[in-house]
Design a binder for this molecule. Structure first.
Ligand SMILES: Nc1ncnc2c1ncn2[C@@H]1O[C@H](COP(=O)(O)OP(=O)(O)O)[C@@H](O)[C@H]1O
Ligand SMILES: [Mg+2]
Length: 582
C-alpha cells in the first residue's frame, strides 16, 4: 500500500492541518502582527528614500540627511522585533500542532483493526509518526510565515509602486502572469516528488528496523550484503527523489529572478526617460526603484515556499489516511462484568484473503465453563486463527462465536476483551520494570496482588536474586531474561488479570523440557477454574485436557479425551505414536 501515489486534495488537506492550528489562533495572530511589522519596513524604506532624496536634492535641504542614520536604526529595530514575533509565535504553534497530530496518530495506531498492522509494515507506520509530522509543522510555521509575511511585503510594495506612478507600475506588473504560471508548474512537480520521498523514507525506516530487530538472523545467515543491497536501493531512491526536488527548486528560482530582472530593466529604461523628460522627480524615481528592487527577494522566498508546502501537504495526506481509517468496531452495547466462561464456536468459517481461500471451515466446538480444551494439529492448520476470533482480532465470515451463550459481537469490545487473557509463544516485554510488566494495563491492583502473582508464576524465584527485585528494569536498557523467565512473567500477568477465559497459544513451545516442567506448575495454577484453550505441539502437555480437538486444513477432524483418541482415532493416535514411540 505504499508505492502508488494517490491523488491528493491539497486544499482539503491544508484546511485540516490548519484545523490543528485553530486552537492557538491567538498566538499565531501575534506572529502575524510581527509579519505585518516586518512587511511594512520594506515599503517604509522605499518611502524614506523618496522623502529624503526629494528633500535633499530637489528642495536642496541637506539638513534632513542627518536623520538618515536614526531612520536606519529605527527601521532595523522595527524589522528585528517583527522578525522575532513572526518566527517565535508561529514556531510555538507549529510544535503544538506536531504534538497534537502525533497524539492523534498514536491513538489510531492503538485502535486500528488487526488486519491493518499486517498490511502496512512497521517502517512506514513509524516514519509517519516521526518524519511526516515534522514536515507538516513546516507548512504551519515556516511556510505560513513566508506566505503571509512576504505576500504582505509584496502587496505593500506594489501598492506603493502604483501610488507613486501607476503607469510605470502597471508596466512592471506584466511579468506577474509569467511568474505565476511558472510557480504553478513547479508546485505540481513538488507534490509528486514529495509523495515519493515519503514512501522511500518509509522503506528506509522499515529496512533499518528489520536489520535491527533481526540482527542475529542477519549475522548467522551472513546476510549483511543482502540487507545492505536492499538498503542501498531504498536509500538511493530516496536520494534520487530528493534530488528531483532540489533540482526543481534550484532551477525555478533563477528563472523567476531572470524574468523579474527583465521586467526591472525595461521599467528602469522607461523611468529614466520620464525623469529626463521632467515627468518624474529624482526622489520619486529612486523611491520607485528601491521599492521595485525590494520585490524580488520576498518573491524568491514566496516561490520557494511551495516546496515545503507541497511536501507538507503530501505528508499530511499520509497522516490523514491513517487517521481516517476506521478503527476497530466498538462492538455491541451489552455489558459484561465477569463471564462464566462458556465458549462456543457455531458454524464458524473464516477467510483472511479471498484469493487464498478459507482458513476455517464450519467449526463447531463447545467448551463448558471452567474446562480445558486442547487444540492440536500441524502448523498452518488454523489453530491460532481460531483462538484469535475470541478477542475479536477478526470476526468470522459465517457462523458466530458465543460467550455465555451470547454472540460476542453483542458485547462491548472492551468488556469482551477483559474476559480473556492471552499467553503466546512470543512474550512481549515493555521497557519497564518487571512489576509494571506484570501489572500492564490491569486496573485496581494492589502491591500484594502483584507479589502473589509473581510468586504463583515462579517469577519470584529468579527475581529474588536481583538487587531491585520486582522493580528491576527489563528490556533494552536493563536485564536480559531467558525465554522461560519471560514466559513466567507473561503467566504472572495472566494470573493477575484473573480473567475467566485463558488462551495459551504455544505458550511453552520455546522452552526446553526442564523449564517447561517448571512452568507447567505455574500453568496448572493458571488454568484452574478457567475456560482454557491450550495450543501445543508437545502432546504431553495436553494429555490432561478435558477435551482434545485435532485440526487439519482449517477443520476439526477429531475430538475427544486423550484416552478416547488414542484408542479410536487415526490422526491423533499417529501424532501420539510419532512423539512417544520413536
Ligand atoms: N494474518 C494472516 N493473514 C493472512 N493469512 C494468515 C494470517 N495468519 C495466518 N494465515 C494463514 O492462515 C492459515 C492458518 O494459520 P494459523 O492459524 O496461524 O495456523 P496454526 O496456528 O495452526 O499454525 C495458514 O495458511 C496461514 O498462512
Ligand atoms: Mg499458530
Amino acid at each position: 500500500m505504499n508505492s502508488t501515489p494517490r491523488p491528493i486534495d491539497a486544499a482539503a488537506v491544508y484546511r485540516r492541518l490548519l484545523g490543528y492550528a485553530r486552537p492557538h489562533w491567538g498566538m499565531f495572530l501575534i506572529g502575524v502582527v510581527g509579519m505585518v511589522m516586518y512587511a511594512a519596513v520594506s515599503t517604509i524604506t522605499a518611502w524614506f528614500v523618496k522623502k529624503f532624496l526629494n528633500a535633499a536634492f530637489v528642495a536642496q535641504n541637506l539638513e534632513v540627511l542627518r536623520y538618515v542614520p536614526i531612520g536606519i536604526i529605527l527601521l532595523f529595530l522595527l524589522r528585528g522585533v517583527g522578525d522575532f514575533l513572526a518566527n517565535y509565535f508561529p514556531g510555538w504553534v507549529g510544535r503544538q500542532m506536531i504534538k497534537a497530530i502525533r497524539a492523534d496518530l498514536f491513538a489510531h495506531y492503538l485502535r486500528l483493526p488487526t488486519a491493518w498492522y499486517e498490511r502496512d509494515s512497521t517502517g512506514p507506520m513509524l516514519s509517519r509518526l516521526t518524519y511526516n509530522t515534522e514536515l507538516v509543522a513546516d507548512a504551519a510555521t515556516n511556510s505560513a510565515t513566508v506566505l503571509i509575511r512576504d505576500s504582505l511585503t509584496i502587496a505593500g510594495l506594489v501598492f506603493y509602486l502604483f501610488w507613486l506612478n501607476w503607469r510605470l507600475a502597471a508596466f512592471a506588473m506584466l511579468a506577474a502572469p509569467v511568474i505565476a504560471l511558472l510557480v504553478r508548474s513547479v508546485n505540481q512537480r513538488f507534490r509528486r516528488y514529495s509523495t515519493r520521498i515519503q514512501n522511500s523514507m518509509g522503506d528506509v525506516t522499515r529496512l533499518a528496523k528489520e536489520a535491527i530487530d533481526a540482527h542475529r538472523v542477519v549475522k548467522v545467515f551472513n546476510a549483511q550484503e543482502h540487507m545492505q543491497a536492499a538498503f542501498e536501493s531504498a536509500n538511493e531512491l530516496n536520494r534520487h527523489s530528493n534530488m528531483r526536488l532540489i533540482s526543481a527548486r534550484s532551477s525555478s528560482n533563477p528563472v523567476v529572478q531572470l524574468i523579474a530582472a527583465l521586467g526591472l530593466a525595461s521599467v528602469v529604461y522607461v523611468a529614466i526617460r520620464q525623469v529626463e523628460g521632467g515627468a518624474m522627480l529624482v526622489g520619486d524615481f529612486l523611491g520607485f526603484l528601491t521599492a521595485l528592487l525590494l520585490v524580488p527577494e520576498p518573491l524568491r522566498r514566496l516561490v520557494s515556499v511551495s516546496g515545503p508546502l507541497q511536501q507538507s501537504i503530501a505528508a499530511g495526506a499520509g497522516i490523514f489516511e491513517v487517521i481516517d481509517a476506521p478503527g476497530e468496531p466498538e462492538g455491541g452495547t451489552r455489558r459484561l462484568a465477569r463471564a462464566r466462561g462458556e465458549v462456543e464456536f457455531r458454524g464458524v468459517g473464516f477467510t483472511y484473503d479471498t484469493e487464498k481461500g478459507k482458513v476455517l471451515h464450519d467449526i463447531n466446538l463447545r467448551v463448558a465453563a471452567g474446562t480445558t480444551v486442547a487444540i492440536v494439529g500441524r502448523s498452518g492448520s488454523g489453530k491460532s486463527t481460531l483462538v484469535s476470533l475470541l478477542p475479536r482480532f477478526y470476526d468470522p465470515d459465517t457462523g458466530a462465536v458465543l460467550l455465555d451463550g451470547v454472540d460476542i459481537r453483542e458485547y462491548r469490545l472492551s468488556d469482551l476483551r477483559s474476559q480473556i487473557s492471552l499467553v503466546s509463544q512470543e512474550v512481549v516485554l515493555f521497557n519497564d520494570t518487571i512489576r509494571n510488566n506484570i501489572v500492564f494495563g490491569a486496573q485496581g491492583i494492589e502491591a500484594g496482588d502483584v507479589d502473589a502473582a509473581a510468586h504463583a508464576a515462579y517469577v519470584s524465584d529468579f527475581v529474588a536474586e536481583l538487587p531491585q527485585g520486582l522493580d528491576t528494569e527489563v528490556g533494552d536498557r536493563g536485564l536480559l531474561l531467558s525465554g522461560g523467565q519471560r514466559q513466567r512473567i507473561a503467566i504472572a500477568r495472566a494470573l493477575l488479570r484473573n480473567s475467566p477465559v485463558l488462551v495459551l497459544d504455544e505458550a511453552t513451545s520455546a522452552l526446553d523440557t526442564a523449564s517447561e516442567r517448571h512452568i507447567q506448575e505455574a500453568l496448572d495454577k493458571l488454568v484452574r477454574n478457567r475456560t482454557t484453550f491450550v495450543i501445543a505441539h508437545r502432546l504431553s502437555t495436553v494429555e490432561h485436557a478435558d477435551l482434545i480437538v485435532v485440526m487439519q486444513d482449517g477443520a476439526i477432524i477429531e475430538a475427544g479425551t486423550h484416552t478416547e483418541l488414542v484408542a479410536g482415532s487415526r490422526v491423533y493416535a499417529q501424532l501420539h505414536q510419532l512423539q512417544f514411540n520413536v
